[in-house]
Every structure is written in structure tokens, then in C-alpha cells.
Design a protein around this ligand. Structure first.
Ligand SMILES: [Zn+2]
Length: 123
């Protein structure tokens, strides 16, 4: 699945999204979050639906911005953002390294493929 296919799977959540730009490795996280938000919107038909404004990478982590803040949904978003720290943005495997100076969370394999300098997270 790519970004376009994911957005098409939940068209009502992306009507006002002006930026959806993350690596493929994080799409399963976003996909799960989308299905939870869709269900939450359906369960609250009298409330304004939550939709995305922006989904991007910032300082190595997933960052998600929505039109309104609903406490329950906001907790899920925070969980997704925190989870992304441990997931390679490129391939979705466990992220044990970050690219030096780039603050990108990658696994060792993808970091080596990138050709850029990287370091273990524990150091
Ligand atoms: Zn990887």
C-alpha cells in the first residue's frame, strides 16, 4: 500500500489534508489510526467529524494534525506518534538506529542502504 491508496481507503478523513508525506514503513500505523478515527466519527454522528490536516515526519517522528481535538482521539494520535519512534520509516521494521544529523528513525539495514552516516540509538 502506498500513500495514495491509503488516502483513497479513507476519503472522508483526507478531504482537508494538505500534506501527507511519510515513509511507507509508517503506513500500517496510520492505517490503523484511520480505521479507529473512522469508527469514532461514525459513533458520534452529531459531532463534527475529525479529519486530518497534515501527516508528516518531524524530528524523526510521525506528526499528525487534525481539524479538532477530541481527547480520546488525541490519545490515539499521541500513541501513533510515539510508536513511530521505534519503527523504521522506510520499511516498518524495528528502528534501532537514526541517521546522524538527519534525525530519521531507520533500521540498520535501511540506514546502510541510504549510504548516509548513522548511529545506534542507545549511544
Ligand atoms: Zn528499515
Amino acid at each position: 500500500m502506498n500513500i495514495k491508496q491509503l488516502a483513497l481507503k479513507y476519503p472522508e478523513l483526507f478531504v482537508d489534508c494538505f500534506d501527507f508525506s511519510v515513509g511507507l514503513g509508517w503506513l500500517p500505523i496510520v492505517d490503523t489510526l484511520c480505521s479507529m478515527i473512522r469508527r469514532n466519527n461514525e459513533q458520534h454522528p452529531n459531532r463534527k467529524p475529525v479529519v486530518f490536516h497534515q501527516i508528516k515526519e518531524k524530528f524523526g517522528n510521525l506528526r499528525i494534525y487534525t481539524n479538532i481535538v477530541i481527547n480520546e482521539v488525541d490519545e490515539w494520535i499521541k500513541f501513533a506518534e510515539n510508536l513511530s519512534y521505534n519503527v523504521c520509516e522506510y520499511c516498518g521494521k524495528y528502528s534501532d538506529v537514526c541517521l546522524t544529523g538527519w534525525i530519521k528513525n531507520y533500521c540498520t539495514y535501511c540506514a546502510e542502504l541510504s549510504g548516509k552516516p548513522f548511529q545506534k540509538k542507545d549511544e
